[in-house]
Design a protein around this ligand. Structure first.
Ligand code: PGA
Length: 252
């Protein structure tokens, strides 16, 4: 039985003060109930240290939205895995489609970043997903397969015990147009089968595969009740504590 994981990707939202506010609200709401679902929040870099302090003693885990693959050095503007560890991060989102499209991150760079995450014991949330054009040209499975094979090239399954995959169709991100539960399930099943082919059936069976792309309280239950959907990576709807909480409740 896989535990559901709901992660909130804040993207480039919330300065330090609004981060403190949002975290306090989420914590207060979550304190009212006990949840089986694992909850992760991924604020911007500038709020991570404060978030880590605020989250001490809570059951919410902390993640970053990106990092570079080197430990230190002349990489102006980048953040290293060790820096993330030093401020209390446990997870890191890698290969998000906004990184791939706006900042031209390749499968090869994402692979190096996953390698660095594994080396420094950060848990990678590895994002993959097709564009609308690719879906319309019936290339979804080819694109997903290439992203997975190249992103996970050179790894053995023992190194990837903490891997989470997030399937996020690019056309569903921030558009309000989510994949239907059936569309998402079809791709999640394909991903699990492919992982089984590359690694093993036990590894595939235990792998958490989140769905992301316009997840909101109105669609989260239907999406997460699909057999191969093990949680959600939430953007817009995680910026308000009540909608984020409703999504977590629907995962239970
Ligand atoms: P969205 O973003 O929920 O706003 O569509 C999801 C994501 O980018 O992870």
């Amino acid at each position: 039985m896989r535990t559901k994981i709901v992660a909130g990707n804040w993207k480039m939202n919330n300065d330090l003060y609004s981060s403190i506010n949002l975290i306090s609200h989420i914590k207060n709401e979550l304190n009212k109930n006990k949840f089986e679902t694992k909850i992760i929040i991924c604020p911007p870099f500038t709020s991570l240290e404060t978030a880590s302090t605020l989250l001490k003693g809570s059951s919410i885990f902390l993640g970053a939205q990106n990092m570079y693959c080197e430990e230190s050095g002349a990489f102006t503007g980048e953040i290293s895995p060790l820096m993330l560890k030093s401020v209390g991060c446990e997870y890191v989102v890698l290969g998000h489609s906004e990184r791939r499209t706006i900042f031209q991150e390749s499968n090869q760079l994402v692979n190096q970043k996953i390698r660095a995450a594994v080396k420094y014991s950060l848990k990678p949330i590895f994002c993959i997903g097709e564009t609308l054009k690719e879906r319309e040209q019936n290339k979804t499975f080819d694109v997903i397969e290439k992203q997975i094979r190249e992103g996970l090239e050179g790894f053995n399954e023992n190194e990837l015990g903490n891997l989470i995959i997030a399937y996020e169709p690019v056309w569903a991100i921030g558009t309000g147009r989510n994949a239907s539960p059936e569309q998402a399930q079809e791709v999640h099943k394909f991903i699990r089968k492919l992982i089984e082919k590359i690694f093993s059936s036990t590894f595939a069976e235990n792998l958490i595969i989140q769905y992301g792309g316009s997840v909101k309280p109105e669609n989260s239950k239907d999406l997460m009740s699909q057999p191969d959907i093990d949680g959600a990576l939430v953007g817009g709807a995680c910026l308000k504590s009540d909608s984020f909480l409703k999504i977590i409740e629907s995962a239970e």
